[in-house]
Design a protein around this ligand. Structure first.
Ligand code: ATP
Length: 268
């Protein structure tokens, strides 16, 4: 058993078994399973470029170079968590809302399978009791105004014990840590893929998912320090707009719009 892992990790997440349980129309219907990859994002990107259908999923037990946004490392013991990437083909307008889709889907799956209420930390983390249980990222390729492909990466901590990883021991949690028992990954995965499809279809139908996302955000009302490229913005997170930008009010009264793909936040 890998260090930091609390279940045997020998559940059957093979494509046949996953597909037997899937209730979706397209998300996960093409399912690529790997024991070990550099990163599911790399594999999914190559598949997307090669024309893989919308909803294709790449799941790996181990990522040798798992990463979060802006090249940061994503830590996950082999076989313990869910690390996956989903290929989508949204419009440009929908692309800017994919982080909303994915974070709402994770919150819903956690509620359904583990009866835990999670919150969203702007722009791309899902938290339980203030600790990060899931990281998300979106990668995409544009051709002018057209989106050639988008890939949503999800790292959801299921059976890892964050205490084994000093870098994140205090800031991370897992379903195991919250529930105090190992959790079967297959039902979590099935619920997650179904929720992804539900929220993505809602987005495509023009439903205002940003309202639900905004209600789930724990960031609004808090004092934050945001870093966006070289600029540092300090103030109170006042609201989010329809695009998902965070509006931060500085002490001099000016309002700054932060873009989800580019900013990172620290609490003060
Ligand atoms: P932050 O998490 O500091 O708000 P971010 O949202 O930009 O920043 P990501 O790029 O989404 O961060 O994720 C990478 C960061 O997440 C790492 O720098 C590390 O602090 C943390 N991390 C890495 N692995 C895990 C994990 N399994 N669970 C929770 N947090 C993790």
């Amino acid at each position: 058993m890998a260090a930091g892992l609390l279940s045997s990790g020998d559940e059957d997440l093979s494509p046949d078994n996953v597909k037997r349980h899937l209730s979706t129309r397209f998300v996960g219907q093409a399912f690529h399973y790997f024991p070990s990859v550099t990163s599911t994002m790399d594999v999914a990107r190559a598949l997307a470029v090669g024309g893989a259908p919308e909803g294709s999923v790449v799941l790996a037990e181990e990522q040798r170079q798992g990463r979060g946004r802006l090249g940061r490392a994503w830590l996950s013991p082999p076989g313990g968590n869910l690390t996956l990437s989903i290929i989508l083909r949204p419009t440009l307008r929908e692309l800017s809302r994919l982080t909303m889709v994915a974070s709402l889907a994770v919150v819903q799956a956690i509620r359904q399978v583990a009866t835990q209420e999670a919150a969203i930390k702007w722009p791309n983390d899902v938290l339980i009791s203030g600790r990060k249980i899931c990281g998300l990222l979106v990668d995409s390729q544009l051709q002018g105004e057209a989106v050639e492909w988008a890939v949503v990466g999800i790292g959801l901590n299921v059976n890892m014990e964050p205490a084994f990883f000093p870098e994140i021991a205090d800031s991370a949690t897992s379903l195991y840590r919250e529930l105090g028992r190992p959790v079967e990954r297959l039902p979590v995965l099935i619920a997650l893929l179904a929720s992804m499809e539900d929220y993505y279809v809602a987005l495509r139908l023009g439903k205002p998912i940003q309202r639900e996302w905004a209600r789930r955000l724990e960031t609004v009302g808090k004092s934050v320090v945001a870093r966006e490229g070289n600029r540092v913005v300090e103030g109170v997170a006042e609201a989010v707009d329809d695009e998902g930008h965070l509006l931060v009010r500085r002490s001099d009264g000016t309002l700054v719009h932060l873009v989800a793909g580019e900013a990172t936040l620290r609490r003060v």
